[in-house]
Write a protein that binds this ligand. Structure first.
Ligand SMILES: Nc1nc2c(c(=O)[nH]1)N[C@H]1C(S)=C(S)[C@@H](COP(=O)(O)OP(=O)(O)OC[C@H]3O[C@@H](n4cnc5c(=O)[nH]c(N)nc54)[C@H](O)[C@@H]3O)O[C@H]1N2
Ligand SMILES: Nc1nc2c(c(=O)[nH]1)N[C@H]1C(S)=C(S)[C@@H](COP(=O)(O)OP(=O)(O)OC[C@H]3O[C@@H](n4cnc5c(=O)[nH]c(N)nc54)[C@H](O)[C@@H]3O)O[C@H]1N2
Ligand SMILES: [Mo]
Length: 744
């Protein structure tokens, strides 16, 4: 443990990324690969969903993007000999970090019922086996088709098409655990469940509020955008229980000044809020705006919105004591924020998991919308909502129909185009899928990427649920925990990554992705595949569909596999905004999807207007002697993939079992800096949830709050502790007790 860093990026970041890349790929491959990241003729960085913009640097990637690329383009390999020498029981004892370090998967592997190790299996035998299990189900709804957000648009479209032709809407995805609360809140209030700003809008903004997000680690290229916005005169308010290095100062590795000097201070006002206090904060700001003469954009409110009176009544009733209790902020701090809000004509609010993973996340994000509506900050250049997405194509997957609650219009379009009747009942999301497996109602689990058992809440419950399944199938690039905790039978289907050349009958293929701001563009891999036996994701889905649906399907699966352009033709006829898809995506920068509120101040909601909402203010109540725990990412991981054991910006080295607690709180509990403690979750359903042997780190987080890394702390997040409406696990507000213990 050392002192937390005061600045992010700069030369150390360049050094770290190159060292990590060299260890995995060697010098030549490192240079060839990294120079292709996010270039117009290259591949989309598998790191995050932050957009590229039109002017690109030769090195258009960040430290963590380089790690994501190195993780995939590694020259290490997992072969059949590896599986022969490691039983599944042996693998289940290993850490996620160790599993990932073994390298790329190279051929399909099968774990037979009662078997101790995975054995090689041919592709056709693997598809026949899945088809046989699927057809044996008493209802298609006994199958679950999960997706993680790296899957390209073409594979995602085919995957949902297959699931629906098979007969189910059971299409849970990582979004259910991620930005589902944003989608729910934005669809209801603005009519579109996506962000309303483009990169240019950030540069035009007067004020950018970054709430519940750690871009220095999770979206490092966003720091360059914030730096540029500041150069154009924008102010930045950061709302976070933790002082995060990236938001303090940024040393841009793309500029000589950034490399040499102290970098740019980004945050003008830091509001160190309590976990879960954001709805109260925005409500308080809204009340103050209502009280201030001339603060509202009255014309906008009158012309474009609905529900103002009811909202204003609720907001005027806001109580100062409640705001203080919920946020932990001084009234004067909120007043300073208010002055900055009033000085701004164009305001953007950016957020990520700090706002989406609480019980009251949906009303929190609705309150952000109220805040922006009051001053007409939707559908104006330089203003809007900016939920910053995680996985590089998570937004695109949803656009392609990966959703357990598809809109009727989408299903109508599928029916029209493909001539079958898609199921209309809603399917299972992540939490409901776990319950269904636990209760024996879902029996086959297929995952298009991801690491379901490690990413999902309530690890023990989820792992037991997985073991109840008849068959679990994972389409993966790397080994992970989900391959070790399986149903009665299991398959690992190895697939191509973004960086790799994808050659089909119709020649070399590219795929397309959509970034966090609704820009769609092509992604082309150049590296030779990690093994000649890999199949692409579209090929895997197409072959699985043929094996399962057989002559019963009129869909030309084989042709789709040979030429992804044919898939894009179909997408262009089913999904609005993709007209003339093949031609438009051939342009070097791709194209922007339409967004009615942003483009024309049109709000396709139930009322036809932008909706103000008036929910009661909620915030987590923590019993005396307990802390509120958030589970978050270190600087050296990508979700469940651990790159290394350091969290450089937070000053933590060589260990992940740590819990960050404010000094005064730790001392009250009798826990010295560096002491060991057990974390016990308090949910009250009689089940013990403990994470043992964590080191306590005295750290300047907000009072009463604690932080520890995910996925290790998913054992503490109860399956039933979810956000209202969106059903997202509340992994940023877990009530815990901390008791002294010893190292595990
Ligand atoms: N290198 C790297 N990049 C990634 C990922 C990765 O794991 N590694 N993951 C990707 C994915 S899928 C996602 S979704 C994104 C995640 O990106 P983030 O949302 O930035 O990820 P977290 O680490 O969960 O950080 C949550 C941040 O919100 C703050 N926070 C927590 N609770 C609250 C709260 O109640 N109020 C406020 N105001 N702040 C709060 C935390 O202190 C922290 O700074 O990153 C994506 N990019
Ligand atoms: N407690 C807690 N839990 C959380 C969160 C939290 O903040 N706290 N965050 C949640 C969030 S925001 C998310 S998005 C989820 C993430 O949940 P997931 O998306 O399920 O998890 P990842 O760790 O991103 O998945 C990594 C695996 O994906 C596979 N993979 C990588 N690239 C590819 C590819 O190109 N194709 C295929 N087929 N497979 C590939 C590799 O095998 C790798 O092991 O976790 C959620 N869980
Ligand atoms: Mo995410």
């Amino acid at each position: 443990m050392g002192a937390p860093a005061q600045a992010a990026a700069g030369l150390p970041a360049v050094g770290h990324s190159l060292r990590m890349a060299r260890q995995q790929m060697g010098v030549r491959r490192t240079a060839l690969t990294l120079l292709r990241v996010n270039q117009k003729d290259g591949f989309d960085c598998p790191g995050c969903a932050w957009p590229e913009g039109d002017q690109r640097h030769t090195a258009e990637f960040c430290e963590n993007g380089a790690k994501a690329v190195a993780e995939e383009a590694t020259t290490r390999r997992v072969t059949r000999a590896f599986f022969a020498s490691h039983s599944v029981a042996d693998l289940a004892e290993r850490s996620g970090y160790w599993l990932g370090q073994q390298g790329r998967l190279t051929e399909p592997m099968y774990l037979p019922e009662g078997g101790e190790r995975y054995e090689p299996i041919g592709w056709e035998a693997a598809f026949d086996l899945i088809a046989e299990e699927l057809r044996a189900l008493s209802s298609p709804d006994e199958a679950v088709f999960y997706t993680s957000g790296r899957t390209g648009n073409e594979a995602a479209f085919l995957y949902q098409l297959f699931a629906r032709e098979f007969g189910t809407n059971n299409l849970p995805d990582c979004s259910n655990m991620c930005h589902e609360s944003s989608g729910s809140a934005l669809t209801e209030t603005l009519g579109v469940g996506k962000g309303s700003v483009l990169l240019e809008d950030l540069y035009k903004a007067d004020l950018i509020i970054v709430a519940g997000q750690n871009p220095g680690t999770n979206h490092p290229r966003m720091l360059s955008a914030l730096e540029k916005a500041k150069a154009g005169g924008a102010k930045i308010i950061t709302v976070n229980p933790l002082p995060e290095a990236g938001m303090e100062r940024f040393k841009n590795p793309q500029t000589p000044k950034g490399l040499a000097a102290g970098g740019t201070p980004l945050t003008d006002l830091f509001l160190q809020i309590r976990l879960g206090g954001d709805q109260a904060l925005f409500r308080a700001l809204n009340r103050m705006l209502l009280e201030r003469e001339g603060a509202l954009d009255e014309q906008f409110v009158a012309e474009y919105t609905h529900g103002f009176e009811e909202f204003a009544k609720a907001a005027r009733a806001t109580d100062r004591d409640e705001t203080a209790a919920a946020t932990g902020l001084e009234h004067a701090e909120i007043e300073r924020a208010l002055e900055m809000v009033l000085a701004s004509r164009r305001t953007v609010v950016c957020w990520a998991m700090g706002l989406t993973q609480h019980k009251h996340s949906v009303p929190t994000i609705r309150e952000v919308v109220n805040f922006l509506l009051l001053r007409g900050n939707i559908g104006r250049p330089g203003a809007g909502v900016c939920p910053v997405r995680g996985h590089s194509n998570v937004q695109g997957d949803r656009t392609m129909g990966i959703f357990e609650r598809p809109a009727p219009a989408f299903l109508d379009a599928l029916e029209q185009e493909f001539g079958f009747a898609p199921p209309r009942e809603h399917g299972l999301d992540v939490v409901r899928a776990i319950r269904a497996m636990r209760d024996g109602q879902a029996k086959v689990f297929v995952a298009m990427g991801g690491n379901f058992v490690a990413a999902s809440p309530d690890t023990e419950v989820t792992e037991d649920a997985m073991r109840q399944a008849r068959l679990t199938v994972h389409v993966s690039t790397k080994l992970n925990r989900s391959h070790c905790v399986t149903g009665a039978r299991a398959l690992i289907l190895p697939t191509l990554g973004r960086t790799e050349r994808d050659t089909q009958r119709g020649g070399d293929q590219y795929v397309t992705v959509e970034d966090s701001m609704g820009m769609v563009h092509a992604s082309r891999g150049r590296l030779a595949p990690a093994s000649p036996q890999l199949l692409s994701e579209p090929a895997i889905v197409a072959r699985l569909a043929r094996a399962t649906l057989g002559a019963g399907s009129a869909t030309p699966w084989e042709e789709f596999e040979g030429d992804y352009g044919l898939i894009r033709d179909r997408i262009s006829r089913v999904i609005p905004g993709f007209e003339d898809f093949n031609a438009r995506v051939a342009r070097p920068s791709g194209f922007a999807l339409p967004h009615a509120p942003r483009d024309e101040r049109r709000f396709p909601t139930a009322t036809g207007k932008a909706n103000f909402t008036a929910a009661p203010v909620e915030y987590p109540r923590v019993p005396k002697g307990r802390l509120l725990l958030q589970t978050l990412r270190s600087h050296d991981q990508y979700n469940t993939t651990v790159y290394g054991l350091d969290d450089r910006y937070r000053g933590i080295k060589n260990g992940r079992r740590v819990v960050l607690v404010r000094t005064e709180d730790a001392e009250t509990l009798g826990l010295a800096d560096g002491a060991y403690a057990d974390l016990r979750s308090e949910w009250g359903d009689g089940r013990e949830r403990v994470a043992r042997g964590f080191r306590v780190v005295h750290y300047p987080t907000a009072p009463g709050c604690a932080a520890a890394y995910y996925p290790e702390t998913n054992v503490l997040v109860p399956l039933d502790a979810t956000a209202d409406v969106s059903n997202t696990p509340a992994s940023k507000s877990v009530v815990i007790s901390l008791t002294p213990s010893t190292a595990e």
